[in-house]
Each structure stands twice: as structure tokens, then as C-alpha cells.
Design a binder for this molecule. Structure first.
Ligand code: 9WO
Length: 282
């Protein structure tokens, strides 16, 4: 019984110069509840507590010169090894960096299915390359932008993994995971009131026909993915119904009922006077 949602726990360690930043972030919301329930644990190790000089120095100058500093090697290595001893054997050491392999929902699922991992959050201009070679198993990037440090990226990885663990989400079959788990973007959502600023909730969602609603949502997920992230759609195996739903979505976008043709049609408020809002084939 090492799985099944009762005994399973994901052990996470974060090595960071800003322990209060990470500790504060994980106390909030879904991740905070997972911590309270003991489904996730987050340990934090600060390289500064392993600095040996009187000034507790954690930065050092880069060979080759130039502006900026690197994380000092020895306190960082000791912090990583201290944190790693608290993790189950085989837990990978992950360095958050813009040079890393893209972090995806699939990688989040893999990490959540494992026993634990260590996240190394860099600061300054980064870490000595030999430390990466020696102690890091994988570099992960959460996106193509530069941050001031790896802490926010580490919190992103923790959040994405924690919410996948059994017993963390109140609603186990979360819509977002179902949609993204299938490689598609989410469908649009609506709440009260039925009409807001002259925009009305699509009729199909008010009709109460669950099969029609499911069909509409699948179609929206397919259509929006095709429009916004065609790169994602390339990796999804579409069945005959999906292909038909997508065709229907595109046809309706090209010629929305009661509006001029064109990709911009249906975007402005003047196009939402009816009972629909960019809702092909509902
Ligand atoms: C980039 C850069 C470019 C020219 C000159 C100096 C430079 N420093 C950096 C840089 O990436 N600094 C890092 C800041 C050092 C390690 C932590 N930092 C970081 C991590 N920024 N962005 C990330 C990150 C992590 C995961 N996914 C996306 C970005």
C-alpha cells in the first residue's frame, strides 16, 4: 500500500536564499491545504545557514569578470546535500532556470507520481556550471522570460504538482486538469447573471441538456486550442467526432450567425446582443 491516496505523500525540498518567500507562498490555498493534510511536505534549506565565514557570504565573483555575482559553490552544495538527505532515495534534483527543458503538465504529472524532488532556486546571475553537472539531475524552465530568481518558478512547480495528488482538490476531476490533461485548452466558463453588460450566457449552458453541454465544451476546447495554441493541437489525436466539432467551430467562426464574416466577428460587444457569445454551433 504505497499508493492509493492514503499513505502516499509527496516530499518536496526547496533550496533558496529566500526561505520566507517560499514558506509563505506554499501556505496559501490548495497547496496550503495539501500541506495541512500531510499529502505534501515542503522542506526548505537556506544556503546562508551553511556559510562558514563571519559575514555568512553566499555570493562569489564570476571567473572571466563582468557584472554580477554567482551563488557561492560550497554553501550551496552543502544546502543541497542536506536537503537531499531528507528526501526518499532517487528523488531528482531540479534546477529552475531559463536554460532548462520546458516544464509541462506531463512533467508535473510525472513528478507528482514520484516520491519527491528537490527544487534549486537560483539568485544573482546563477550557479557554477560544475555544481549543475555534479548535483543537478535536470534543469527546468517554466517559460521564456527572465526572473529575478528561481523562487517563483519553484512555487509554480510545487503548485502544479500538489494539485494532482489524490485528496488535494475538493473536486477530484477538475475541469482544468481534464482539459489540459487531454492536451487541450480549457473551455469558456459562465456564472450569474444570465445577461451581464448585454452579454448573454450561451443558450446551450442554460438548457440543462448534459450531453449538449459536454459536446459544446469539447468543441470550445478544440476550437480555442486550434485558434490560440495550434502547436498543442498537433499533438492531440482527434477522433471523427472531434474533427467534426472542430470543422463546425471553424465554419461558425468564419460566418457567425447574424454578423459579418471574418475572424474578428463576435469579438466586440456589439456582436453580443443575442443569446450567444462567440458560440459556434450551440
Ligand atoms: C540571464 C542573464 C542574461 C544576461 C546576463 C545575465 C543574466 N542572468 C540571467 C539569469 O537567468 N539569471 C538567473 C535568475 C540566475 C538564476 C535564477 N534566475 C532565474 C531563473 N531567472 N529566470 C529563471 C527562470 C527559471 C525557470 N523558468 C524560467 C525562468
Amino acid at each position: 500500500m504505497s499508493d492509493g491516496g492514503r499513505t502516499r505523500r509527496l516530499a518536496i525540498e526547496v533550496v533558496t536564499l529566500f526561505p520566507e518567500f517560499v514558506a509563505g507562498a506554499v501556505r496559501v490555498g490548495v497547496v496550503g491545504r495539501a500541506l495541512e493534510r500531510g499529502i505534501v511536505s515542503v522542506g526548505i534549506e537556506d544556503p546562508r545557514s551553511h556559510a562558514t565565514d563571519v559575514h555568512r557570504t553566499v555570493d562569489d565573483r564570476p571567473y572571466g569578470g563582468g557584472p554580477g555575482m554567482l551563488l557561492a559553490v560550497e554553501p550551496l552544495a552543502t544546502a543541497i546535500e542536506t536537503a537531499r538527505r531528507r528526501l526518499p532515495a532517487g528523488s531528482p534534483v531540479l534546477y529552475l532556470s531559463a536554460q532548462g527543458r520546458p516544464f509541462t503538465q506531463a512533467r508535473a504529472r510525472q513528478l507528482a507520481d514520484g516520491a519527491g524532488f528537490l527544487l534549486l532556486a537560483g539568485r544573482y546571475e546563477g550557479v557554477d556550471e560544475r555544481l549543475i553537472e555534479e548535483l543537478v539531475d535536470e534543469e527546468l524552465s517554466i517559460g521564456d522570460y527572465v526572473l529575478s530568481g528561481g523562487e517563483l518558478a519553484a512555487c509554480v512547480v510545487i503548485d502544479a504538482c500538489a494539485r494532482l495528488l489524490p485528496g488535494v482538490l475538493l473536486n477530484e476531476r477538475s475541469a482544468v486538469e481534464e482539459s489540459f490533461g487531454a492536451g487541450l485548452l480549457d473551455w469558456p466558463h459562465y456564472t450569474r447573471p444570465e445577461t451581464w453588460r448585454e452579454r448573454t450566457v450561451p443558450a446551450v449552458l442554460r438548457g440543462g441538456n448534459h450531453a449538449d453541454v459536454a459536446r459544446w465544451r469539447r468543441q470550445q476546447a478544440l476550437g480555442r486550442t486550434a485558434e490560440r495554441r495550434p502547436d498543442l493541437l498537433d499533438r492531440v489525436a482527434l477522433n471523427d467526432l472531434d474533427a467534426r466539432l472542430l470543422q463546425e467551430y471553424r465554419a461558425a467562426r468564419a460566418a457567425p450567425p447574424g454578423a459579418a464574416a471574418g475572424p474578428a466577428a463576435g469579438q466586440g460587444p456589439e456582436d453580443n446582443t443575442g443569446d450567444r457569445q462567440r458560440s459556434p454551433a450551440d
